[in-house]
Design a protein around this ligand. Structure first.
Ligand code: PXP
Length: 249
């Protein structure tokens, strides 16, 4: 498989921290999960430091920066506090995501088009210290164009609507969402942006997205950590890796 063909897998370890925090102690340790993920062939580790610290903590981020041999993709809201944390740690990549305190997870993509000026200023210092800036957005031409204009190098397409439609048996809608993801991957690539995708992917939904030739990386968390309960973390990751490789070969 050529480097262009190979799809990178970023394993999101947030929900190891969710389980740990349910009891307020230090078990299970997300850093241990990250090292197992590395061993299983993860190309990167993704962690989202939320403003309310509901899963990943500041100490987790510091620890990940210390122990990881693969790049850290640091997900964060576009706030002053998070920018300072990112500038301190200088992770390989910073992925800007929308964050509302009341939501259960990252519900939609970032509204780049409406906040173009602010975001352009926000990401400049991050780029200056060498972080690759990625923007988590819906498969929407306007948002992609705006992400490109503000100087992002990467966009991550939100696959949540596609995955939800699949899970709920709304197959026409699922296919429309998939088509939009396919078209917008090609469009973003044509602008020179690197294309990533993620949110809600599982063994059933991963292959159609992994098949888009322009997509270079998938970030997957909740399903892998859930599946690890049943088959162990390393086998759960290896199966995801196998499915991704199968469609790219
Ligand atoms: N990509 C981004 C930008 C995300 O915010 C998340 C969820 O934190 C994911 C990928 C992973 O989503 P999931 O945990 O549903 O696999």
């Amino acid at each position: 498989m050529t480097d262009e063909q190979r799809l990178r897998l970023g394993v999101n370890i947030d929900h190891v921290a969710t389980v740990r925090n349910a009891r307020g102690g230090d078990y299970p340790d997300p850093l241990r999960a990250a090292k197992i993920a590395e061993k299983a062939g993860a190309d990167g580790i993704t962690a989202h430091l939320r403003e309310d610290r509901r899963h990943i903590s500041d100490a987790d981020i510091a620890g990940l920066m210390e122990v990881l041999d693969v790049p850290l993709n640091f997900e964060m809201a576009a706030t002053e506090e998070m920018q300072q944390i990112a500038l301190r740690h200088r992770p390989h990549a910073v992925c800007l995501v929308p964050e509302k305190r009341e939501e259960r997870t990252t519900e939609g993509g970032l509204e780049v088009a409406r906040e173009e000026n602010r975001l352009a200023h926000f990401i400049a210092p991050l780029r200056d210290v060498g972080c690759r800036v990625s923007i988590f957005i819906a498969a929407d031409r306007k948002q992609i164009e705006a992400a490109n204009r503000i100087g992002a190098e990467v966009i991550e397409l939100h696959t949540g609507a596609y995955c939800d439609a699949h899970a709920e048996g709304r197959y026409d809608e699922r296919d429309r969402e998939l088509q939009a993801l396919r078209d917008m991957s090609a469009f973003a690539h044509s602008l020179g942006l690197e294309v990533h995708a993620g949110h809600g992917l599982n063994y059933e939904t991963v292959q159609p997205v992994a098949a888009f030739p322009e997509v270079r990386e998938l970030n997957i968390g909740h399903f892998i950590i859930g599946e690890a309960i049943f088959r162990g973390l390393e086998p759960a990751i290896l199966e995801m890796r196998r499915l991704m490789d199968e469609v790219r070969s």
